[in-house]
Design a protein around this ligand. Structure first.
Ligand code: FE
Ligand code: FE
Length: 332
């Protein structure tokens, strides 16, 4: 790599976590300003993605800008909360036209915030768009709602980029934007030039994709707007520390992004429920640095030759040597 990669994090990494068991949260409530100060403590973060409305709602944007400045952070994206109670039956695909209109308004507000903070994009995570039961929805109708809703936003704000973060499920049993391929197809139907994808490594992994293949596919369409990194056991969006489970696939993901010439930010999307959030972020960055270092050591020419032959064992040996940093003892 010619230049030092930049690291970032979703600001929710430093927020309070609540689930259906610890409904009073795993830690104390954290305001947007406190979360920015925690992100600043990590020391190696350059950017954060901020959920909107801020916490508390109505927090002046000038205070957010000040907090970012004093922590030497930049807001890369704003994530409007189109997945809270009000949108529990969907945002873009909600059967109620009033909620679909409210989605348009909330995302438009987020666009205004993103403009003021100089963000690269508005991130859309349509977590409540989808269905839970067979026969619940008319699949053609929800496709049309999703495409027309996103198209209207993209056309209303042509100066802003919109990054859709797909995920197979949770909170909906089946999310509408569920995979790289389906999201690309829907974007194609939108017929706009400012909607792309934020690829979350963990979402891709537990959706049964190869994250490296998804990265290549999205990048080949010029639609890779951002990436999130984390890890999981493939059965759920565990949001564990980067590289803690699927180290080889993480290496392949980073390698593929390097091959694609990715020069954007490497963003953490980890949920340290029981860990110190600042330490968990540092652990994720340390792992990413090690992976970049491993890629510097990787024998690219030999790997290319192995791949041209589709030689699994040779390719895996080259990856293993870069990761483990040592040759096997002689004679073995
Ligand atoms: Fe994410
Ligand atoms: Fe996630």
């Amino acid at each position: 790599m010619t230049q030092e990669p930049q690291y970032g994090a979703g600001l929710w990494h430093f927020a309070q976590y609540v689930d259906r068991y610890a409904t009073d949260g795993y830690g104390p409530p954290v305001t947007t300003l406190e979360a920015i100060d925690l992100a600043g403590k990590v020391g190696d973060l350059a950017v954060v993605d901020i959920a909107y409305p801020f916490n508390p709602p109505g927090l002046p944007i000038s205070q957010v800008a000040e907090a970012l400045e004093r922590n030497s952070l930049r807001a890369i994206g704003i994530t409007p909360e189109i997945y809270t109670r009000e949108f529990c039956r969907g945002a873009f695909t909600n059967p109620d036209p009033a909620v679909r209109a409210r989605t348009f308004d909330l995302v438009s507000e987020a666009v205004g915030i993103a403009r003021e903070l100089g963000c690269d994009y508005v991130k859309l995570w349509p977590g409540q768009d989808g269905h839970d039961y067979p026969f619940q929805v008319d699949h053609g109708q929800v496709w049309s709602y999703a495409v027309t809703g996103l198209r209207a936003l993209a056309r209303a704000h042509p100066d802003m980029k919109f990054a859709i973060e797909y995920k197979p499920r949770e909170p909906r049993v089946s999310m509408f934007f569920s995979s790289a391929a389906k999201t690309l197809l829907a974007i194609g139907d939108m017929d706009v030039s400012n909607v792309g994808i934020l690829l979350d490594f963990g979402h891709s992994l537990y959706g049964g994709e190869s994250p490296a293949e998804a990265a290549r596919l999205i990048h080949s369409r010029g639609l890779l707007y951002g990436i999130d990194v984390n890890d999981n056991f493939r059965g759920w969006d565990d949001d564990l520390v980067v590289g803690s489970v699927h180290l080889v696939e993480t290496l392949e993901f980073f390698y593929t992004l390097r091959e694609c010439g990715w020069d954007g930010v490497w963003q953490l999307d980890q949920f340290p429920f029981r860990e110190d959030s600042v330490e968990a972020a540092r652990a994720g960055i340390e792992t990413m640095r090690s992976i970049h270092r491993a890629l510097d050591l990787l024998d690219v020419v030999a790997l290319r030759q192995a791949r041209d032959r589709q030689d699994a064992l040779a390719a895996n040996r080259i990856a293993r040597q870069a990761l483990l940093g040592c040759q096997p003892p002689a004679g073995l």
